[in-house]
Every structure is written in C-alpha cells, then in structure tokens.
Ligand binder design. Structure first.
Ligand SMILES: Cc1cc2nc3c(=O)[nH]c(=O)nc-3n(C[C@H](O)[C@H](O)[C@H](O)COP(=O)(O)OP(=O)(O)OC[C@H]3O[C@@H](n4cnc5c(N)ncnc54)[C@H](O)[C@@H]3O)c2cc1C
Length: 288
C-alpha cells in the first residue's frame, strides 16, 4: 500500500523541529526511524500532511553519562543500543531487550525515542523504561519538561506527549553494580511483537532481594509497572512460594486484549510464566 501525500521537512535542530511541529499542529508528525509510523501511514491509520524528520538533528543521537544517570538521545537506534559498550556495561537489559525487537533491518533504523514515544502496548522498550524508572526529556513550544516513564502512558497510542512535542532524550538512573536483570519475551516467531513479556531488575544482599522492579509488555493498553509484585519479593530468597505470590500479584493487574496471539486468559498466564523466568535469570546474574 502507498501512503497518502505528505510534505517532508528535515530540520537541523530541536528548536527548528519544535517550531515546525507547533506550526503544523495536528497536521504534523515527528518521523524517527519510520518503522511504526510509515506502516501506519500505508494502512491509512495515520495521515499526517507534514512529516518532520528528526534524522538530521545530531544532538539527538548517542549516549552519555550524567552523574548517576545515563542519558540516551531519542534518535539512538536499537542497533546502537546493542553495540554500545557504555550501555552494555551499565544497563545491560537494554542490549538484551534490543536484541529481541523485530529483526536487524528494523533495529538499524528504529530508534529508542520512537519506540517509547509510539504508545503501542506491543513495543518492548516502554516496560523496560518503567522497570528502570526512566525519565523522558520533552521539548515543546513552552520549553523543556521531564516526564517520568511510569506516568507517561495513558492508553493505547495515548501518551503524555502533546502536539508539537519532541522527545529529545531518555534519562535512566544507573542500576547498582552487581544488579540482576532479564527481559523475557514470548513471541510466535522471530520478529513478532510480544504475546507477553516481563522485564526485571533486582539487587540482592546476603542472598535476599533488596530491590526489585518489574515491567510487563503487551498485557494491557499500556505497559505496566508491577509495583506490588516487586514489593512481595523484597527480603525473600526468591523461594518458590514467594515467587508464586508475586506472579499472582503481577497477573492480577493485567488486562490483555484477545487477539491473534491468543485469548486474554492465556496472555495473562504467559505474562506470569515470563515473569517467573525473568526472576530466575535475574537472580542467576545478581551478585550479593
Ligand atoms: C516488522 C516489524 C516488526 C516489529 N517488531 C517489534 C517488536 O517486536 N518490538 C518492538 O518494540 N517494536 C517492533 N517494531 C516497531 C519498531 O521497533 C519501531 O522502530 C518503533 O516502534 C518505532 O521507532 P521508530 O524510530 O521507527 O519511530 P517512528 O515509526 O518514526 O515513529 C513512531 C511514533 O513515535 C513518534 N515519534 C518518534 N520519535 C519521536 C520523538 N523523538 N519525539 C516525539 N515523537 C516521536 C512518531 O511521530 C510516531 O507517532 C516492529 C516494526 C516492524 C516494521
């Protein structure tokens, strides 16, 4: 299918991009890697009259350390995330998650910013950002503001972004050295979106869980932070009975749609299976 007609704009700075998007209002859309937006345009589910391509804005690319945080430019590709030595050393769950998104062709162009700004519950990075307690830097016509990932997602394809906003960077507090992590994703085939997936980041001390954060993908209209499940695990050795209680708490907050990936009840159960696996793998990687 061929998308409808649109005008193409290629600003060289965030300021210019925000100016164009503010001018176009509902008739304009930011374009990042295009691997969600262009398919939507081909299906005529999105019909923007103006595309504002962010690819020419150098300041939106790359990752840097800022105090105890790492700040990743929104136009950093999923392939770049996998190849970054800084990110692999400090936040290895990003590499593990990137590797499970689509296929290399999508990952070469698809960006972290596009993945988290898109608002598709099937995107993998939002649950990971919620798990890591990331903060999104957003620039709009009234200047810059910061939005906590855990408060960003409002419904399927509805986020805290307003027309004219550009997501410029994702700020992630670096998890403690020796933390355990895992992203477990069930998909029907290579390149598929998740039937259900779970992100876990935890720390252990004396064989017991000191901190634990859990994110869930594609089992509700938004990515989910399973806060209560994480709390249940605190102080435990991740023994089977406690894990079972935590998994039940996580399953209880899911509300998946029935679709080609299976009925709702199945997807809820698969979220529980993914979480059980992610906890075991995170524990095996944790020091302490
Ligand atoms: C075959 C296929 C399989 C896929 N499988 C998966 C998968 O398993 N898991 C997964 O997570 N994703 C998957 N994707 C989606 C892919 O990861 C996309 O690249 C990603 O969802 C969007 O990133 P993008 O850079 O391509 O953004 P685009 O498609 O360019 O943009 C997506 C949306 O975000 C907005 N946007 C983008 N960047 C910004 C910004 N900086 N500021 C404000 N708004 C912005 C755009 O306006 C648009 O509304 C798949 C895609 C394809 C084609």
């Amino acid at each position: 299918m061929i998308p409808g007609a649109f005008a193409y704009h290629r600003p060289a700075s965030v300021k210019e991009a925000v100016g164009l998007l503010a001018q176009f209002g509902d008739d304009g859309r930011a374009l990042a890697g295009g691997h969600s937006l262009i398919p939507m345009m081909k299906l005529r589910l999105a019909t923007p009259a103006n595309l504002v391509d962010l690819a020419g804005i150098a300041e939106l690319k790359g990752a840097r350390t800022d105090g105890n945080d790492i700040v990743i430019g929104a136009m950093t590709t999923q392939h770049d995330l996998s190849g970054s030595e800084l990110l692999s050393a400090k936040i290895p769950i990003l590499r593990e998650t990137s590797a499970q998104i689509a296929d290399p062709q999508v990952r070469y162009l698809g960006t972290l910013g596009g993945n988290v700004a898109n608002g598709d519950p099937g995107n993998d990075m939002p649950a990971v950002m919620i798990c890591l307690n990331a903060i999104y830097h957003v620039v709009g016509k009234n200047g810059e503001r910061r939005i906590v990932a855990r408060q960003f997602y409002q419904g399927a394809y509805f986020t805290a972004l307003e027309p004219g906003d550009v997501l410029t960077a994702i700020r992630i507090p670096v998890p403690a050295a020796g933390h355990g992590y895992a992203y477990e994703k069930l998909k029907r085939k290579i390149g598929d979106y998740a039937t259900a997936a779970a992100a876990v980041v935890l720390t252990m001390s004396g064989g017991k869980v000191s901190t634990c954060s859990i994110g869930l993908t594609n089992v509700a209209e938004t990515p989910l932070w399973a806060e209560d499940a994480g709390k249940i695990l605190l102080g435990s050795t991740l023994d089977a009975a406690t894990v079972k209680r935590a998994v039940a708490a996580a399953e209880a907050i899911t509300a998946p749609a029935a679709d080609a990936r299976g009925p709702a009840q199945y997807r809820t159960k698969m979220a529980g299976v993914m979480l059980t696996r992610a906890l075991a793998r995170a524990q095996s990687r944790a020091r302490g």
